[in-house]
Design a protein around this ligand. Structure first.
Ligand code: KIV
Ligand code: NA
Length: 262
């Protein structure tokens, strides 16, 4: 099976074929997501919230991202694996940004990196793409700026969003994630750009869609944002199985003879 590449994604946009993306954070889930035929697997720093149980993504470290990304790479054969650059791993200097983007490629085996921000990070995007590292940008509701945005809020400044989108395209990004913006703005950006837009809470007109795996599969029992459709209730299935096991051990029905060595 051939790997999904940046040129393949560009061709999908030109042919008006929808691009599918999901997050994954470890080997078994990467294998399941990859076998669904997904195009992009993002190892999101959302793992800080859905795997580590934190309130925000801010504390996630480079070492943690490298650890999770390498597990996902080992579980994936077709999808493009994108490593998400954590807070303060690219903002300090071009040198820091390049070194950390390089770690995702060299140590974890990712095929691309993602970073948050528009015009403000266009120099970083340019430096990385010049070094041969494909970069996915991420604008709109950018969770690493939660304190600056005053919460996880829908972003509605159309002029700024359009300017950021154009800037990251000019800087060399191969794609851009549009998060938490009105569908009408996402639609205009998608029409204006030649690189594919991947939406999350950005309506149906984007070139592709992404969701957080643990939200759409109902792995965590948490209140979900409005834009998440729950496709399975893994939490309920798992707890039912676990309770059954506890009951079986307590009342002596497990292990029955078929599970014993004679
Ligand atoms: O960290 C993440 O999962 C993300 C996606 C929601 C785009 O950045
Ligand atoms: Na992220």
């Amino acid at each position: 099976m051939s790997k999904v590449t940046t040129s393949y994604l560009l061709k999908m946009k030109q042919e008006k074929k929808k691009i599918t993306a999901l997050t994954a954070y470890d080997y078994p889930f990467a294998g399941m997501v990859d076998s669904s035929g997904i195009d992009i697997i993002l190892v999101g720093d959302s793992l800080g919230m859905v795997v580590q149980g934190r309130e925000t993504t801010l504390p996630v470290t480079m070492d943690e991202m490298i650890y999770h990304t390498s597990m996902v790479v080992r579980g994936t054969s077709r999808a493009m694996v994108v490593g998400d650059m954590p807070f303060m791993s690219y903002q300090s200097s071009l040198e820091q940004a390049l070194n950390n983007a390089g770690r995702f490629m060299k140590e974890a085996g990712a095929s691309a990196v993602k970073l948050e921000g528009g015009a403000a990070v266009s120099d970083m995007i340019h430096a990385m793409t010049s070094a041969g590292i494909p970069v996915q940008a991420h604008i709109g509701l950018t969770p690493q700026s939660v304190h600056q945005m005053g919460g996880f809020r829908v972003q509605r400044d159309e002029e700024r969003l359009m300017a950021d989108a154009i800037k990251v395209q000019e800087a060399g990004a191969f794609s851009v994630v549009l998060e938490g913006i009105p569908s009408s703005i996402a639609s205009k950006i998608t029409q204006r750009l030649h690189i594919p837009t991947i939406g999350i809470g950005a309506g149906a007109e984007c070139d592709g869609q992404i969701l957080v795996l643990h939200d759409m599969l109902g792995i965590n029992n948490r209140t979900l944002p409005k834009f998440v459709k729950k496709y399975a209730d893994i939490n309920e299935i798992a707890i039912n199985g676990l309770k059954q096991y506890v009951d079986d051990v307590k009342n002596g029905t497990f292990p029955s003879p078929e599970y014993e060595y004679k």
